[in-house]
Design a protein around this ligand. Structure first.
Ligand code: 5GP
Length: 111
């Protein structure tokens, strides 16, 4: 697996070194609008810990962090007004189309 690079763009966003349009934040996660939206609602949700992908997160994060992450995802979908119907996608690895190697999920939907 690719090792975690602290200079990836989402790490910079977490440190406040790169801008984002924040839609939600708590002690475990940050969510912000995708810079290149593929749907009327397109938000990225990332954990605050350093995990390369969904596989790394699932293997290494605590049960508390994993539960907090997924609870935040559904809460954010609701907050965005798409709670009745949305998609959650996570790309793992270059062959899975992953471009940014800090674990994230895409929430997409239509208001
Ligand atoms: P991946 O293919 O890794 O799952 O998707 C990475 C996503 O991050 C893409 O949808 C891309 O548009 C988004 N993205 C890349 N760089 C930035 C950035 O600097 N800011 C924001 N908000 N989104 C980004």
């Amino acid at each position: 697996m690719i090792s975690y690079d602290r200079n990836n763009i989402f790490a910079k966003i977490l440190r406040g070194e790169a801008p984002c349009t924040k839609v939600y934040e708590d002690e475990h996660v940050l969510a912000f609008n995708d810079i290149n939206p593929k749907a009327p609602v397109h938000v990225l949700v990332i954990p605050k810990g350093e995990y390369v992908s969904i596989v790394d997160f699932t293997e290494k994060a605590t049960a508390e962090a994993i539960a907090a992450f997924w609870r935040a995802v559904t809460r954010i979908a609701d907050q965005l007004g798409v709670g009745a119907g949305f998609r959650v996608v996570s790309n793992h690895g270059p062959n899975g189309g992953q471009l940014v190697f800090h674990f994230h999920v895409h929430i997409t939907g239509r208001r």
